[in-house]
Design a binder for this molecule. Structure first.
Ligand SMILES: [Zn+2]
Ligand SMILES: [Zn+2]
Length: 159
């Protein structure tokens, strides 16, 4: 019968050990002691489990709080700078207002599709200049495609 003597104090352990070997009902004592030890261990485990859960929960709440605080601070910062979400005032080819938006302190916004285009500008800011395709169509119109076309200045249709 396993008796966890290490869990008993040094006064009780030797007495109990000798008792277990000499008593008339060592088995019975063994069971009683063992169950108590196991029950105590289980309680400790349970408590640890509960505390762990609690800690996890608290951490989660703390994180959530920090997130909200951060968002609030960012919101305040934007307000202070007058930054709002502004929708592109360009009109799409189907006549609908462009749906693209940006966060800016400016009153007006034109997305890269709708901003006034001049050759050699870098609309996406990646350091590569953009050009309008130089191809002239049969009807005499210049192709409307614009992009990072390199030296050839031709879109993928007219390359
Ligand atoms: Zn647009
Ligand atoms: Zn083209």
């Amino acid at each position: 019968m396993p008796v966890k003597l290490e869990l008993l104090d040094s006064d009780t352990a030797p007495i109990l050990t000798s008792f277990l070997y000499s008593a008339e009902y060592p088995l019975l004592i063994g069971i009683v002691v063992d169950e108590e030890v196991v029950a105590a261990e289980e309680r400790i485990e349970e408590k640890k489990e509960i505390e762990k859960e609690k800690e996890k929960e608290e951490k989660k709440i703390q994180k959530e709080k920090e997130k909200i605080e951060k968002e609030k601070a960012e919101e305040e910062e934007k307000k202070r700078k007058g930054i709002k979400t502004v929708r592109c005032s360009g009109v799409r080819s189907n006549g609908e207002r462009c749906k693209l938006t940006t966060e800016t302190a400016e009153k007006k916004y034109l997305c890269p599709h709708h901003m006034a285009f001049t050759d050699g500008m870098d609309r996406d800011g990646d350091g590569v200049k953009e050009y309008r395709c130089t191809f002239i169509k049969k009807n005499g119109e210049q192709c409307k495609m614009k992009g990072e076309y390199g030296k050839k200045k031709r879109c993928y249709h007219h390359d």
